[in-house]
Design a protein around this ligand. Sequence first.
Ligand SMILES: *Cc1c(COP(=O)(O)O)cnc(C)c1O
Length: 396
Amino acid sequence: MSSLELEHFLTDNLNELKSKGLYNTIDPLQGANDFMITIAGKRLINLSSNNYLGLATDPRLIHSAVEATKIYGVGAGAVRTINGTLELHEQLEEKLAEFKKTEAAIAYQSGFNCNMAAISAVMDKNDAILSDELNHASIIEGCRLSKAAIIRYNHSDMTDLRNKAIAAKQSGLYKKIMVITDGVFSMDGDIAKLPEIVLIAEELDLITYVDDAHGSGVLGKGAGTVKHFGLSERIDFQIGTLSKAIGVVGGYVAGKRNLIDWLKARSKPFLFSTALPPAALSPCITAIDIIRNTPELIDRLWKNGRYLKKGLQELGFNTGNSETPITPCIIGDERQTQLFSKRLYEEGVYAKAVVFPTVPRGTGRIRNMPTAGHSEASLDQALNAYSRIGEELNLI
Ligand SMILES: *Cc1c(COP(=O)(O)O)cnc(C)c1O
């Protein structure tokens, strides 16, 4: 392709996205991603961050980041296996294993990175992966990278999962078979049926892999969805992110010692990408201590989540199947959804529209992420804006 052809390809595709209302504009924040944010000089109630517990701006985490930077510098200086492993990496990994009730843990540079690393370190072209159709994009990419056969099952449909697992096993085509699911589905806020998934996995000898990016810090007293269901001993891979409730950046796998040793020996981002920096490691350790010692933080998150959800439902909006603080407000049409989000912005509420391809076509939604940091007054203000705009657009 010549650079002129490339130019045409890019212009055509960008124009198509824009004309369909599928082009996302990015607004830089002036200041921190707190429960109130500033964009282009405008103060807004923030209902779009994954900063569930408000830890991204917690003074204790900021203090840890500054102190660690003074001692260890700003960069780890190398990949983990050369000499980029600081004692802070090991402290964080021990802390994560203790938190998740597993033998060991390995930290990566992000949750995305973690899925790219962990799946392909264990699965290959002789294997098959059963994957929930609504799994996060990083899981899908991680599966593709492994070259295993990908068998999608209908969202949280246990009959479909079991039938496809039986068919895969009976085909005799695959050496290993894994089932992968989000712990909490990020666009709908529903929880994976882990007890049933574990029973199917145990019946049919499947490896189990749960990406709990949105469950960690939220469910199971903060330890996540697996702990919430009492399944810590029965899930092989527990994936988490340090970028959401923990408030910093990074990802991890928690599991058996052998699994973690293998990932440290074989997973590519661990071997070939520079280790997490001190200013990320130390506040993650502080955050886990805070979560374990302050159950009120999680209580406040859930209280705010319930308050917003009930308020939206009472106004007549469809909040879908959410069982967690993630509160979608399903509008449907993509352009209408973008318009709704734009009107919320004008009314002082930042709540992002999520449309195809992030969610299926025709299920455009405003995704609301209440946090422990929101006041009831700020949620009331947001609900008032929803009420006005809903009526204006004839949605309620
Ligand atoms: C957000 C998310 C990730 C990516 O985590 P980062 O740390 O932001 O890279 C991975 N998996 C799931 C299920 C997520 O929701």
